[in-house]
Design a protein around this ligand. Sequence first.
Ligand code: AMP
Ligand code: GLY
Length: 434
Amino acid sequence: MKVLVIGPGGREHAIVRSLLADPNVSEVHAAPGNAGISTLVPTYAIDANDPDAVAALATRLAVDLVVVGPEAPLAAGVSDAVREAGIPVFGPSKAAAQLEASKAFAKDIMAEAGVPTAMARVASNAEEAADALDTFGAPYVVKDDGLAAGKGVVVTNDRDEALAHAQSCFDAGGSVVIEEFLDGPEVSLFVLCDGNTTVALSPAQDFKRIFDNDEGPNTGGMGAYTPLEWAPEGLVDEVLERVAQPTVSQMAHRGTPFVGVLFIGLALTSRGTRVIEFNVRFGDPETQAVLARLKTPLGGLLMAAAKGELAEAQPLRWSRDTAVAVVVAAENYPGTPRTGDRIRGLKKAEALEGVHVIHAGTRLDDDGKVVSAGGRVLAVVALGTDLVEARERAYDGVELIQLEGSQYRTDIGAKAARGAITVAGPAAATKAKS
Ligand code: AMP
Ligand code: GLY
């Protein structure tokens, strides 16, 4: 099987790495890729958001499957163009990608499918925003209605700050969704979908804020670990039954079947499990950790989803190890990042037991040296027999990476490793085994 992976980031590097480990995958290509991906497979400097360019490349390479990583090409209709060219594609249509591209659309689907989520109101001017904020009270949750790379959400106790964020979205010509605040730990669950059937991967936890102790602004994600020892038993089955399957059925019923990965962001609140958001692609950096544990060959699985054959898939197999991914970000991220700096220590980090490095914002300079080229630069991923060992290994690797001005969180997985995560809700009665 020949596979083309679309996207420039860490998620795509992790996907390429896993595809190369699949004995049934003979060739992998990537576009546009990054410095890490280009050391593994041929890359092509096309515009990943251009449906015709991607379909033309897939046709020219005669690939059997296209895997679309990020949300922007999906929202631009890249999957539709590839499908029209007669090539199976893992990634939803433009219509189905609205589940992520429009938070208001996602809320409509959740209401139609009876999916538990935060109460929400759409506001398109300051008056409506103020009214919605006062309906739900503090803490205030204000979300840009469009795609914002995880950075469009403000959660604050400061009413003026909440209003100011709403105003900045209105000024940019958009609208906002204002929600009730959801308490409790968050979980990222990836569910493979073939239009009808759903298959869940192992849950992970992401760290959205830039600084330790969940302080500072939201980012695309600063680290992740999996599995979640503290998660209530039956969580995955509950989410498949109450969230994933009804959503996929509703999308099929509307004539816009969902094919690809439905990324369900959950809060385990004191009143039960609630959906925070849907994304229509793998999470970054959760994927770096989740795929590090997946033993089932990835290519066959993604092809089964693309072809509507997930019902015939064998149960997934997982390593017993725990995986931790720690993101190294550039100076000033999540603001405009400093770029163009040499990255040293990559080989030393990768020589550590159980450690590998996944590139995100990197490129090769004219001398063939790896330099920073984005906000989240790379992730050090480590496997260990438990969370304590995986964390130690990941941070040993992070300390070997040299990048001027770079920053990382020191507490990825720390609370869980201390056994300090508690679930207050109705689901908390029993504890999970895996
Ligand atoms: P989103 O882009 O919707 O995933 O939101 C980004 C982050 O904001 C989430 O991971 C949460 O940490 C936080 N967030 C979003 N919605 C809520 C909510 N209703 N209550 C509490 N926190 C939220
Ligand atoms: N890490 C969260 C995301 O990919 O949106």
